[in-house]
Design a protein around this ligand. Structure first.
Ligand SMILES: Nc1nc2c(c(=O)[nH]1)N[C@H]1C(S)=C(S)[C@@H](COP(=O)(O)OP(=O)(O)OC[C@H]3O[C@@H](n4cnc5c(=O)[nH]c(N)nc54)[C@H](O)[C@@H]3O)O[C@H]1N2
Ligand SMILES: Nc1nc2c(c(=O)[nH]1)N[C@H]1C(S)=C(S)[C@@H](COP(=O)(O)OP(=O)(O)OC[C@H]3O[C@@H](n4cnc5c(=O)[nH]c(N)nc54)[C@H](O)[C@@H]3O)O[C@H]1N2
Ligand SMILES: [Mo]
Length: 759
């Protein structure tokens, strides 16, 4: 925590997470969007059986209750979407794109909702209104001139519904490609890859009920008070029941320490709070494998294995044993930054608990060994049979509210034979089988100049990706960029030969098609599929639903190719869902099953100890060594992890505070331990430049350097520093990713920190 008052905007925050400050923050968010009265009514409909699914995160809702779950950041997500502010044609006519590009990400989105379709006009350097018909006809014509279907990228951001995602992949596949880069390639791809190899399914195995039965929770690298706030109710209940909660995180995130439930009248009235983590390990960035191997070593030393489970249901335990036995404690301690006794104590808590859940987020995934990280957590669980029984299992904290569902309904660059068969059976054509592009492959294709067109179903492609210094100019070389969006962002302003902004209706709004108001469906982190229905009037008369826009683009591009009945599906989303069920048998009776409150759970075989791996067993998969990046231990280098503030949603910045970390009104800071500061003779508040250590000066005209960050002393392990994403995005390069999953290592880049302007 910051020491003194001398840095403007830096004030230690001493309260628990949640509490009255969270209520005040909601009020402020609503006031900022000028929707105080109306807004509070909207929030009451969030995550209710007949309401809408909160677009904030993918944490599930209790199925059998309909109590309103207060969530500060859910409220921000909703008020941001429901804002009465509008990007009007007058606004767009008044500013050139060049002028708009000078605005911050925050200012761009804060203009409000996009209100009508727009096309870029090169002559005036402005976006001008265009009719929907004209937009589709130009988009269709542009796509038809591209002879190689793999020169088009179909990007999905995880807010899109199952219905929109399904139509989008159908469009892409009918067009002839499997290029489906997706935001989950930037977030939980190590989960999809690692869990599939280890336990035969790329999804978490626990349900919300399991949290009522576990004796211990081990939380690796996620910040629930900010990113999954409804999880705080679950963690609080577990803590109050006496379950042990062990947190591993370089940052002492406040919500992992103490939480005041805004729904608890007693805690609110007495200013009380509930402790969350019973043990907190401030692991070095990238040090998780070392801690896990230390814990596994202790389990072996105490012979605390579930021998029966291991021998009957798992494979390759002997190689894991050999690996762990040959790992030295001294290396574990150096690799993790945590003392042996502490690791042993935490391992003993684990051993003493009958039922254990491991939860994890970006602190585990966004590393160049992200898949190995995930698989070591699985190994730890498998050693004691903590898989597929009540109160035990693995719980990845997904990102966007439907990022898991997107993948389930076919947004997948590597289609399985079953998916191809399903599409052929249902739509009468065989889509291509050759692998398409994940996010980093799409970026590489854009950089090589192979890509001609980028179609974005939501998101902020250019800003979310690594290598922005190269990506920004490369996007401007494309023939076509189409963005389906709610709000204006920087990707829209990187205009190509032809660029279109197509405004969509949001999750909270009524979607009326010819058969009447429609619902959409989403899948949460725990494989529960349920319906969501908006009720607010659409933002303007001109905005349209994502399924309608996708189908219209498909028709304009494909004509009658493959005879797909686009209109029939868009007229009534029940028909889309019937088609989904026809392609994916696990969605059988889809329309009936979403009518039950809470929806239904898709099968997760590993949660019943059915492991769909080649030999039918859960696999112990080795991760040789300990260090993520053995080359990165130079004396003058540090490891920087990019973090989200409390007031942002990915590239959407709602405000400039990061309350729990004691930062107010600014984002241009670098969190650093006092030890690292004194090693560099830096004082609190000094201005520094941060340069990627693998930067090759002048190689192609740009440097990976972020200038003029203010150093804020912070309780962090020595060698680990932090800065905000997307401000520090320029530091991340395409080659630095996990080779197995392709995830960029956004939580770990090797940097040098120097006094400003020395670099
Ligand atoms: N309000 C809000 N909600 C969100 C989002 C948002 O931006 N705002 N984003 C959504 C999305 S898309 C996602 S993917 C999720 C992200 O949710 P989280 O997974 O919580 O994401 P981050 O905040 O990026 O990072 C999580 C934590 O990782 C820690 N960390 C960094 N490096 C390491 C490491 O090496 N080891 C360990 N153990 N920890 C480390 C950081 O200190 C931080 O506390 O949240 C979703 N929900
Ligand atoms: N350095 C660094 N980079 C990262 C990360 C990190 O931790 N560090 N995290 C990564 C992660 S986990 C993710 S998921 C990605 C996020 O990458 P994306 O998903 O591409 O980005 P978002 O910021 O979530 O997208 C915001 C935009 O989505 C649009 N939008 C919002 N709601 C809707 C809707 O309902 N429909 C449509 N069509 N559009 C909508 C708005 O126009 C808004 O501007 O970023 C990744 N990049
Ligand atoms: Mo994410």
């Amino acid at each position: 925590m910051a020491k003194g008052p001398e840095i403007p905007g830096i004030r230690p925050y001493t309260h628990p997470a949640g509490g009255w400050d969270a209520l005040a923050a909601v009020e402020e968010a609503l006031a900022h969007q000028k929707m105080l009265l109306e807004g509070s009514e909207d929030l009451l409909r969030m995550n209710q059986p007949d309401g809408f699914d909160c677009p904030g995160c993918a944490w599930p809702d209790p199925v059998h209750t309909s109590t309103f779950e207060f969530c500060e950041n859910g409220a921000k997500a909703v008020s941001w979407e429901a804002s009465p502010k509008r990007v009007t044609r007058e606004f767009m006519a008044a500013h050139t794109v060049e002028e708009l590009l000078r605005r911050s990400d925050y200012e761009l989105e804060d203009q409000g909702r996009l209100s009508e379709p727009m096309a870029y006009d090169l002559g005036s350097d402005r976006y001008l209104p265009i009719s929907w018909e004209e937009a589709f006809s130009r988009i269709g014509a542009a796509l038809r001139t591209i002879s190689n279907p793999d020169a088009v990228e179909f990007y999905t951001s995880g807010r899109a519904s199952n219905e929109a995602s399904f139509l989008f992949q159908l469009f892409g596949r009918a067009f002839g490609t499997n290029n489906f880069p997706e935001c989950s390639n930037l977030c939980h791809e190590p989960t999809s890859v690692g869990l599939t190899e280890s336990i035969g399914v790329g999804k978490g195995t626990v349900t919300l009920e399991d949290f009522d039965h576990c004796d211990a929770i081990i939380s690796f690298g996620h910040n629930p008070g900010t990113n999954h706030p409804r999880m705080m109710t679950t963690l609080r209940n577990a803590s109050r029941r006496g379950a042990a909660i062990v947190a591993l995180n370089p940052f002492r995130e406040r919500a992992l320490e103490r939480f005041t439930a805004p729904q608890s009248p007693l805690e609110m009235a007495t200013l009380g709070s509930t402790p969350i983590a019973s043990s907190f390990l401030q692991v070095k960035i990238g040090g998780d494998v070392a801690v896990i191997k230390g814990m596994m070593k202790r389990i072996l030393e105490r012979d605390a294995l579930d021998h029966d489970f291991i021998s009957r249901m798992t494979a390759h335990f002997d190689s894991l044993r050999a690996d762990i036995e040959s790992t030295k404690w001294t290396d574990i301690v150096v690799g993790s930054g945590i003392g042996r006794e502490t690791i042993e104590k935490v391992a003993d808590i684990y051993i003493g608990s009958q039922r254990v859940i491991a939860t994890y987020g970006m602190g585990i995934c966004q590393h160049s060994n992200g898949t190995a990280n995930v698989q070591q957590i699985i190994n730890l669980l498998l050693m004691r049979g903590n898989m597929g029984r009540p109160g035990a299992g693995i719980c990845p904290l997904r990102g966007h509210s439907n990022v898991q569902g997107n993948r389930t309904v076919g947004i997948n660059d590597r289609p399985s034979a079953a998916l191809l068969d399903g599409i052929e059976r249902t739509f009468g054509f065989r889509p291509p089988a050759r692998p398409g592009h994940r996010a980093i492959d799409a970026v590489a294709s854009i950089l090589r100049g192979d890509c001609k067109a980028l179609i974005c179903l939501g998101g902020n492609f250019a800003v979310a990706m690594p290598d922005r210094g190269r990506v920004f100019p490369a996007i401007r070389q494309l023939d076509l960029v189409v963005s389906l969006a709610t709000k204006l962002n920087r990707t829209h302003l990187l205009t190509a030969k032809q660029s279109f902004i197509l405004p969509v209706i949001g999750r909270t709004e009524v979607d009326i098609q010819t058969s009447g108001p429609q619902k959409i469906t989403v899948e949460d982190s725990m494989a529960m599929v349920h319906a969501s229905k908006g009720w607010r009037p659409a933002a303007t008369e001109m905005v349209r639903s994502e399924p309608w826009i996708i189908a219209s683009m498909a028709k304009a591009t494909l004509g009658s190719r493959h005879g797909i009945a686009w209109d029939e599906m868009v007229a009534d989303y029940d028909v889309i869902r019937d088609r989904i069920a026809a392609v994916f048998p696990e969605f059988g009776d889809y329309n009936a099953r979403i009518r039950t409150p809470g929806g239904f759970r898709l099968p997760v075989p590993a949660s019943e100890r059915i492991f769909n791996t080649p030999d039918g067993k859960a696999q112990f998969v080795l991760a040789p060594g300990l260090a993520e990046d053995p080359a990165a231990t130079g004396a003058d280098t540090l490891i920087l992890g990019s973090v989200r503030s409390h007031d942002q949603y990915n590239t959407t910045v709602y405000g400039l505070d990061d309350r729990y970390r004691g930062v107010f009104g600014r984002r241009d800071i670098l969190f650093m331990s006092t030890a690292d500061m004194s090693a560099r003779s830096l004082a609190p508040g000094d201005l520094v430049d941060v340069t990627a250590a693998d930067d090759e000066p002048n190689a192609d005209g740009f440097r990976r350097v972020v200038r003029d960050l203010t150093v804020v002393p912070y309780d962090l392990p020595q060698g680990s520093i932090g800065a905000y994403f997307p401000e520090c995005q320029v530091l991340f390069s395409l080659p630095r990713h996990d080779p197995r999953s392709g995830i960029p290592s956004f939580k770990s880049v090797v940097v040098r920190v120097t006094a400003a302007r020395e670099a």
